[in-house]
Design a protein around this ligand. Structure first.
Ligand code: SAH
Ligand code: DHB
Ligand code: MG
Length: 226
C-alpha cells in the first residue's frame, strides 16, 4: 500500500463517519476509555461496526455470539442490532479487557442484553455446548487468529441453519497469500477459508476492506440446512 492510498482510505472513512453519523458520543467515549485503559487500538472501525450491525439486523438476529470482546466496541454495535429480548454472549480471555468491556457495555446501556464470559474461548465454547444453549443466529469471530478454524467449527456446532458467521482479519494486507506456513495468524486465516470451502452446506465469501484500519477483510459464511 502506498502511504498516499492509505491516507485516502482514512480520509474516506472519516468523511463517511461524519456524513453518515457513524459512532455517537457513547462510542467515542468507549474508544477513549479503551485507550486510557491501555487496550490495543484494534477494534473494528465505525464503518465496520455499522456493517456488522446491519448484517445482524438484516438477518433478524436474536442471539449473537462473539469470540474476542476486547473493550466491547464491536459488541456494542452488534448489541444495538438486537430486539429488546435479544441476547449476545461475548468471550474474552483477558480479565482486564473483560472488566473494561463490562463498564463500557453498562455505559452504552446494552449490559442487560450482553453476557461477557471470561476465559479461553475454546473452553467457554465447550461449556456453552454443555449448557445446551439455544442456537445462535449470528457469530462474529475476532480473537486469537491461529484458532480461527477451531472457532469456525464451534460456530457451526452452535449456530442454527441459516445463521451468518463472520470472521475478521482474514486478508491481513494480503499476507493470506503467503503459503510458507511461517506465520500462525496467517495460517489461521488460510485454514478457516479452506475449511469454509470444504464444509458441506456453507456458502462463504471474502470481502476485502480498506479504511482507517488499513487493508484487511472479512470472511462471511452462511450456514446451510445440513
Ligand atoms: N472484537 C473486538 C476486538 C477483539 S481483539 C472489537 O472489534 O471491538 C481480540 C480479543 O481477543 C482480545 O481482547 C484478546 O484478549 C482476545 N483473545 C485472545 N485470545 C483469546 C482466547 N483464546 N479466548 C478468548 N479471547 C481471546
Ligand atoms: C489485530 C487483531 C484484530 O482483531 C484486528 O482487527 C486487527 C489487529 C492484532 O492482533 O494485531
Ligand atoms: Mg479484528
Amino acid at each position: 500500500m502506498s502511504d498516499e492510498l492509505g491516507s485516502t482510505w482514512k480520509a474516506v472513512d472519516s468523511m463517511a463517519e461524519d456524513w453518515l453519523g457513524l459512532g455517537d458520543d457513547v462510542l467515542a467515549e468507549v474508544t477513549a476509555r479503551c485507550a486510557s485503559a491501555g487496550l490495543p487500538a484494534i477494534a473494528v472501525s465505525p464503518c465496520q461496526g455499522r456493517f456488522l450491525q446491519q448484517m445482524a439486523r438484516i438477518g433478524g438476529a436474536k442471539r449473537i455470539l462473539e469470540i474476542g470482546t476486547l473493550g466491547g466496541y464491536s459488541t456494542i454495535w452488534l448489541a444495538r442490532a438486537l430486539p429488546p429480548n435479544g441476547k449476545l454472549i461475548t468471550m474474552e480471555i483477558d480479565p482486564h479487557h473483560a472488566r473494561v468491556a463490562r463498564d463500557n457495555l453498562a455505559m452504552a446501556k446494552v449490559h442487560h442484553l450482553v453476557e461477557v464470559r471470561e476465559g479461553p474461548a475454546l473452553k467457554t465454547l465447550a461449556a456453552l455446548e454443555q449448557e445446551r444453549a439455544d442456537p445462535f443466529d449470528f457469530v462474529f469471530i475476532d480473537a486469537d487468529k491461529p484458532n480461527n478454524p477451531r472457532y469456525f467449527e464451534w460456530a457451526l456446532r452452535l449456530a442454527r441453519p441459516g445463521a451468518t458467521v463472520v470472521v475478521d482479519n482474514v486478508v491481513r494486507e494480503g499476507a493470506v497469500l503467503d503459503a510458507s506456513g511461517t506465520d500462525e495468524s496467517t495460517e489461521g486465516a488460510r485454514g478457516v477459508l479452506r475449511l469454509m470451502g470444504r464444509s458441506p452446506g456453507i456458502e462463504a465469501t471474502v470481502l476485502q476492506t480498506v479504511g482507517s484500519k488499513g487493508y484487511d477483510g472479512f470472511a462471511i459464511a452462511v450456514v446451510g440446512a445440513n
